[in-house]
Design a protein around this ligand. Structure first.
Ligand code: DON
Length: 307
């Protein structure tokens, strides 16, 4: 069976898990997504694109923006980024408040939890918020090879209205000197980056750049230094699926990042770039059927990097 047939089969087999999941409603605009959507796009090193299920649906990046903005922060600040945010996994949910013991290290544990991601957003340089937002959008457009990528303003407004926990986290970080600049700008940039709208194809293209160590394989142009691509992939592997990251690393075995809209970006190094959407989430905020799809795909195509 070819890859097209395989992913069609995996999508139809994985639909049974949708019932057990729930669409995120804590951001009301996200709650409008159709629970039954399920789709996957894959890009390979021959330039082939494989799609199955709902691949023309637009959804917002949400937490999938975290590794991308981390790349931008690394490009602008180098590894000084890690003076303000750590590299250690946490067994806590993505939106956990910073526990006092977190400050044993003096900084949020990693860039994939909200505290770390808001800290990373605070490190993006620019004279005003617009300029910083534009830089993030430009990097997403560059990595996905899609100049039409936009911010979904309804989702952004919805995040602004309901993001009080993120506000609390950000002000706590500011009070502790972790966020140095304007705290409201850091928050607004974080809400904007979460509201960037993509398709599974965009995710597969972004993942492909990471799978190829930062080089656009079509043009052979280096978009990201290899060292930064590797750093981000290692953080995705250890922290990309929140408090499910450890299990995901053993059952799927490649770097990935999920978001509460139900998207997952998966990187099979030197093999494939993968984008999945399935808005029905498990209790940890990850796409319930999306994880099953990646488990099956990894198994059949032998994508586990530890094997
Ligand atoms: O911080 C939030 O609440 C969201 N805008 C993004 C979080 C997210 O995607 C977590 N994912 N599982």
């Amino acid at each position: 069976m070819g890859l097209n047939g395989l992913i069609e089969e995996i999508i139809s087999e994985s639909k049974i898990y949708i019932d057990e999941g729930k669409v995120a409603t804590y951001i009301p605009e996200l709650g409008k997504m159709d629970k039954n959507i399920l789709g996957i796009s894959i890009t390979d090193f021959q330039g082939n694109i494989y799609n199955a299920g709902s691949t023309n649906i637009k959804f917002t990046l949400q937490s999938i923006s975290k590794p991308i903005v981390l790349l931008l922060a690394l490009l602008e600040n180098g590894e000084e980024v890690f003076n303000k945010v750590g590299m250690e996994p946490t067994g806590d949910p993505f939106n956990s408040m910073i526990r006092l013991e977190t400050f044993d290290t003096g900084k949020p544990l990693n860039p994939m939890i909200n505290a770390g991601a808001i800290t990373v957003a605070s490190m993006i340089k620019g004279t005003n918020l617009m300029e910083k937002v534009h830089k993030v959008l430009s990097l997403v457009r560059l990595l996905s090879n899609n100049d039409n990528i936009r911010i979904n303003d309804k989702v952004f407004q919805s995040e602004l209205r309901t993001g009080n926990r993120n506000r609390a986290i950000a002000y706590f970080l500011k009070d502790n000197g972790i966020i140095e600049g304007n705290v409201d700008d850091a928050l607004a940039l974080y809400f904007k980056q979460c509201s960037i709208e993509v398709t599974t194809q965009d995710l597969a293209n972004i993942a492909m750049v990471l799978a190829n160590d930062g080089v656009d394989f079509k043009t052979n142009r280096r978009l990201i230094p290899s060292h930064y691509a590797n750093l981000v992939k290692s953080l995705m592997l250890t922290c990309g699926l929140y408090d499910h990251s450890g299990e995901f690393a053993s059952t799927v075995g490649f770097p990935a990042k999920s978001g509460v809209s139900g998207g997952i970006l998966g990187v099979a190094p030197r093999k494939l770039g993968i984008g999945v959407i399935g808005p029905a989430l498990d209790t940890k905020g990850n796409s319930i059927a999306g994880i099953k799809i990646l488990e099956k795909l990894s198994d059949v195509l032998d994508l586990n990097i530890f094997k």
